[in-house]
Write a protein that binds this ligand. Structure first.
Ligand SMILES: Nc1ncnc2c1ncn2[C@@H]1O[C@H](COP(=O)(O)OP(=O)(O)O)[C@@H](O)[C@H]1O
Ligand SMILES: [Mg+2]
Length: 232
């Protein structure tokens, strides 16, 4: 069954999802700052590039150069893929409304034209913040996600957690729209000597998945999920 899965490229995590994401589905990676959302998203892109796929990275936060630098630090040679198999689009926050409208209107076409099979939006929270009314946000996000879904690519969307609730995204919306939800968080043992990172697959439509909470570590060149270990 694993052959028809879209791997994120983080072995333990792919294992927890029965081999990877289901093609054409949307995965939300939710976590607070520093939990590794961008790292996971880049890993997903790199996995696609290695397979000869076309990819698009929409960055709402990190500059294009920084993303390239991260990849270089990981010893990934992306030179052959730049501007061909890898298209990075950085949205300029100073002209945010315009940029976001462009993405909303043009991304589905771009995906089709490039033949992209993997798309990242990192982080979508800034997009969601633009709407003042919850009902507008819900409607617009639903439309945006559905338009993307129609392109049949596999999508990873990252989202910041709510400042008061480390289990939910800021607007508590993307976890409903996404087919798969991966939650990243800090775990602080009671003695407060050390902070660990832990992940769980909260939801996965159309698939069995692990419900365990597993520790992970961001290393220079990879993310290690300790599938044999327990957090609690
Ligand atoms: N090369 C590296 N070696 C070790 N840890 C790293 C490396 N790069 C990033 N990290 C860790 O990952 C964290 C940032 O991850 P990032 O993917 O940017 O998180 P997020 O997007 O959720 O804010 C850093 O705070 C650091 O702890
Ligand atoms: Mg980030």
């Amino acid at each position: 069954m694993n052959g028809d899965r879209v791997k994120i490229g983080i072995e333990g995590l792919d294992q927890m999802m029965g081999g990877g994401l289901i093609p054409g589905t949307i995965c939300a990676i939710i976590g607070t700052y520093g939990t590794g959302k961008t790292t996971f998203a880049l890993q997903f892109i790199w996995e696609g590039l290695k397979n000869g796929e076309k990819t698009i990275y929409i960055s709402l936060e990190e500059a294009e150069d920084r993303l390239y630098l991260y990849m270089k630090q990981k010893n990934w040679d992306i030179t052959p893929y730049k501007d061909s198999a890898l298209t990075v689009i950085k949205l300029d926050p100073s002209d945010f409304n315009l940029a976001i409208n462009r993405i909303k209107n043009e991304l589905p076409t771009l995906v089709r034209e490039l033949g992209a099979t993997r798309v990242v939006i990192d982080p979508v929270s800034l997009f969601e913040d633009l709407f003042e009314r919850a009902s507008d946000r819900r409607r617009e996000m639903f439309r945006f996600v559905e338009a993307l879904r129609e392109q049949h690519c596999t999508i990873v969307i990252t989202s910041e957690t709510d400042k008061d609730n480390p289990f939910s995204s800021r607007h508590n919306l993307i976890e409903y729209l996404a087919d798969t939800v991966i939650l990243l968080r800090y775990v602080r043992p009671s003695d407060l000597t050390d902070v660990h990172l832990a992940l769980e697959v909260v939801k996965m439509r159309l698939s069995a998945h692990s419900r365990e909470i597993k520790p992970y570590e961001i290393q220079q060149d990879q993310v290690l999920v300790y599938t044999e270990a327990n957090v609690f």
